[in-house]
Design a protein around this ligand. Structure first.
Ligand code: ADP
Ligand code: ZN
Ligand code: MG
Length: 478
């Protein structure tokens, strides 16, 4: 039988607030354990939580970005379970009334787009962190306890690992555009649990799912899903049944491993949090959220195609990060040749930038300098090839292109007399090829262009070299 996969993702996004969800402790990442803590986030008896308004603002911003409905009234519940990293014995989370329902994330798939439905977005607090030592002891760090999270739960709308990764990438880009999460998967500020099942191709029902954890990169998520889909197909193919369970991705072995099955699963005994009032989103907060949402990736991609005349591919690449899109627009402001700037960014600049989300701001070459460099190519001061050399130096030193061109003596040779002399000597040194050319072997023309470029270190004005060579090769005065 042929099977198809069904995937639904639960993503936790750590919010970039200055303080924690229900107390004033700092959220700044600290190497030293247990320094960003207080009685509230340590779960001491008698303390009262006070909700951080910023979190509600951020939740509303994300809601506006994905559409769906914002709950004007929602609430918090206690999700009870025991674990050493959870000092209160419960996590405060939204339960039956999440802040958002029914949003949508549009993803690229097979050259088209698909809308992935969101079930809900809710606010919750993070737990602490356990550190296990080799000698069998464990330590607990509560710096993370109470850090705000948004949980974004998709419907089971994805059919392949590629779609799951496209969804995550899109969600991450939206969070980064909004500036509400730093999106760092390795450090855990964006975490993903993947639910996956398989079913006979073309059918509608849902198969028994497993939940995959412990994948902290797009690549691991892709690999874990590929493995798990095949594992489930193999089990069913052998006449077995899928057990609903949580499985951990083991990167070293490249397999998923059973962690706990449904029988041991938690019963969280949710009940309304008695220490917090109903969460009301008022008009002022909605207005603030609305004015804080920037132009989002899809809209910006469309505008780059529409108003700059860029190919969709270019627009996609440039808008994949807000910083990169800003960079492009700043450069176009200074030099109004969008396609030339786009080409330069894609083929030259991106070679030097490993991570477009964090690498563009600290990049040494400013948009204005890039614009200047391309202007110098346009007006014939340097060739496109020399521009690459100049650019490498700009990246290293942060200096202006004019300064470097002077310092390195890279100005284009457009002086007729000087070029004639060089061509003359090249012809003198290659009289055999000159004769061949005159006998009708036009292919050697390229050879001469190459020789002149070599003799000038690539600095000769290519158009002028062409004109002069044509004339001088015919003249016969070698
Ligand atoms: P649970 O009750 O186990 O928490 P939910 O219905 O709340 O399950 O769904 C949790 C996540 O699992 C959602 O992202 C949802 O889209 C996904 N999901 C639910 N059922 C399936 C299934 N049969 N196959 C794949 N994903 C599923
Ligand atoms: Zn605290
Ligand atoms: Mg559930």
């Amino acid at each position: 039988m042929e099977y198809e996969a069904v995937i639904g993702l639960e993503v936790h996004a750590q919010l970039k607030t200055a303080t924690k969800t229900f107390c004033g402790c700092s959220t700044v990442f600290a190497l030293q354990p247990n320094i960003n803590v207080c009685p509230v986030c340590l779960g001491m008896p008698g303390v009262l939580p006070v909700l951080n308004r910023k979190i509600v603002l951020y939740a509303c911003m994300l809601s506006m970005a994905v559409g769906g409905s914002i709950s004007r009234r929602s609430g918090f519940a206690r999700k009870n379970y025991f674990y050493p990293d959870l000092p209160k014995g419960y996590q405060i989370s939204q339960y039956d009334l999440p802040i958002n329902k029914n949003g949508i994330i549009r993803i690229p798939s097979d050259g088209k787009t698909r809308d992935i439905r969101l079930n809900r977005i809710h606010i919750e607090e993070d737990a602490g962190k356990l550190m296990h030592n080799h000698d069998g002891t464990s330590f607990v760090d509560f710096n993370r306890s109470g850090i705000p999270l948004l949980e974004i739960v998709s419907e089971p709308d994805m059919a392949t690992p590629d779609e799951a990764v496209a969804y995550l990438k899109k969600l991450r880009t939206i969070l980064l555009y909004l500036g509400i999460c730093d999106g760092n998967m390795e450090e855990g500020s964006l975490r993903c649990d993947a639910n996956v099942s398989v079913r006979p191709r073309g059918t509608d029902g849902l198969g028994v799912k497993t939940e995959l954890k412990n994948m902290n990169s797009f690549r691991f998520i892709h690999k874990a899903l590929e493995y798990e889909i095949q594992r489930q197909i193999d089990v069913l193919g052998d006449g077995g049944t899928i057990v609903q369970e949580t499985r951990l991705w083991d990167e070293a072995e490249g397999v998923t491993k059973s962690m706990r099955s449904k029988e041991e699963a938690h019963d969280y005994r949710y009940f309304p949090e008695p220490d917090l009032l109903t969460l009301e989103v008022d008009d002022a907060l909605l207005a603030e959220a609305r004015s804080s949402v920037p132009e989002l990736p899809d809209a910006r991609t469309g505008r780059f195609v529409g108003s700059y005349g860029l190919p969709p591919y270019d627009a996609e690449v440039l808008t994949a990060s807000r910083d990169l899109a800003d960079y492009f627009e700043a450069a176009v402001n200074a030099f109004n040749k969008p396609k030339q700037i786009s080409n330069w960014i894609m083929s030259e600049m991106l070679r030097f930038i490993k991570d477009i989300d964090t690498g563009v701001k600290p990049f040494r070459v400013t948009p204005a300098q890039t614009a200047k460099l391309l202007g110098l190519v346009e007006n014939g001061t340097i060739s496109g090839k020399i521009a690459k050399t100049v650019y490498e130096n700009m990246v290293e030193t942060g200096k202006d292109p004019e300064v470097l061109i002077k310092d390195l003596g890279l100005e284009q040779i457009s002086d007729d007399t000087a070029l004639r002399q060089i061509i003359q000597s090249v012809m003198g040194n290659n009289s055999k090829e000159v004769e061949q050319y005159r006998a009708g072997k036009e292919k050697v023309f390229g050879f001469f262009v190459g020789q002149v470029m070599k003799a000038t270190g690539g600095k000769a004005n290519p158009g002028l070299v062409n004109d002069l060579l044509k004339k001088m090769l015919k003249e016969g005065n070698v």
